[in-house]
Ligand binder design. Structure first.
Ligand SMILES: Nc1ncnc2c1ncn2[C@@H]1O[C@H](COP(=O)(O)OP(=O)(O)OP(=O)(O)O)[C@@H](O)[C@H]1O
Ligand SMILES: [Mg+2]
Length: 312
């Protein structure tokens, strides 16, 4: 592992019956980072989590978590990670408390220590009032919160969260996202987050990788990806009295690469950010009155589809 990376993957390959589903995947994740792993169904997200958590052996390549080799030291790896799997692995006939106690016993905790830890987690996830209820009676959101509590039981510095908000309503998803944020910002945990939800990735993640068909097709901060794909800059200009003469004047400026009008708003494409003050100057010089100029940013969704289109 490079000194600063908490999770490191180098040319990971996994095949099932000769079929390659993870194809030379590499990345490095730093301490305290929330790293988003985005991709369509069947892209290889869950398989990557299983490789990184030492559950599944790579066919080729290597990976390290906090310096432990997932291939040769899977038990060490498991001590430093918490995993929220895609499907709930809770016991429906046991209560929330019993589920956590069962898990705690596996970690050798007992008596007061065990009780304290359980109460702490139930409180953190707002489940204290339901602690004696059978998990079978829980809503999906409550189950996700309890699963997250379970993943955190041994206080691991690294978390793998496989679609933690799938199947939740907006309110339930918001609650989980707040918890994830808290676990990262206040507790400095490193989080590997698989998601389909592009807005979620943009909101939570400092960096994202996009995986498609077992291959990473883009990696970087949402802003980096945007910059790489849209070297051009688009601004929305709000003008007083945008008459035809003014519009023609703008369209014919040398720095203007494109102009479109959408619902009475003027969108202007420029070669670079440096052209924004030039544009403003030209319009003002021509006698135009500008109320506002806003740079248009693209959603992660647009970026995502554009990358997938380009790589086809
Ligand atoms: N145990 C297995 N045996 C055979 N094929 C498998 C196995 N596990 C995964 N695969 C295949 O590997 C590919 C990647 O699956 P994976 O579950 O990693 O995708 P994913 O990105 O998590 O998808 P989803 O968004 O649906 O959860 C799929 O084609 C899947 O069928
Ligand atoms: Mg999956």
């Amino acid at each position: 592992m490079t000194e600063t990376n908490v999770i490191d993957a180098k040319n990971l390959v996994r095949e099932f019956n000769g079929k390659r589903v993870i194809n030379r995947v590499s990345f490095g994740i730093k301490e305290g980072e929330i790293f988003g792993f985005l991709g369509p169904n069947g892209a290889g997200k869950t398989t990557t989590v299983r490789l990184l958590s030492g559950v599944l052996a790579p066919t080729e390549g290597s990976a390290w978590v906090m310096g432990y080799d997932v291939r040769s030291e899977p038990l060490e790896v498991r001590k430093v990670i918490g995993v929220l799997t895609e499907t709930s692995s809770l016991y429906e006939r046991l209560s929330a408390k019993e589920n956590l106690a069962f898990f705690g016993h596996l970690y050798g905790l007992d008596g007061e220590m065990l009780n304290n830890r359980i109460n702490e987690l139930l409180q953190f996830f707002g489940l204290q009032e339901k602690s004696m209820d059978k998990v079978g009676t829980f809503s999906t959101g409550m189950k996700k919160r309890l699963s997250l509590a379970r993943a955190l039981f041994h206080d691991p510095p690294v978390l793998f969260l496989d679609e933690p908000t799938s199947g939740l309503d907006p309110e339930g998803a918001r609650l989980i996202r707040n918890h994830i944020n808290e676990l990262s910002k206040e507790e400095k945990r490193t989080i590997f987050l698989c998601t389909h939800n592009l807005e979620e990735a943009k909101e939570l993640c400092s960096r994202v990788a996009i995986i498609d068909n077992g291959k990473i097709i883009a990696i970087g901060s949402p802003e980096d990806l945007e910059r790489d794909l849209w070297q051009k800059t688009e601004v929305e200009v709000n003008l007083d009295e945008a008459n035809n003469e003014m519009l023609k004047f703008i369209r014919e400026l040398e720095i203007v690469m494109n102009m479109r009008i959408d619902k009475e708003k003027i969108f202007i494409e420029l070669g670079s950010q440096n052209d924004i003050p030039v544009l403003v100057e030209e319009i003002v010089h021509k006698g135009g009155r500008i109320f506002s100029v806003n740079q248009v940013s693209h959603s992660l969704e647009e970026i995502y589809f554009r990358i997938r289109e380009e790589k086809k």
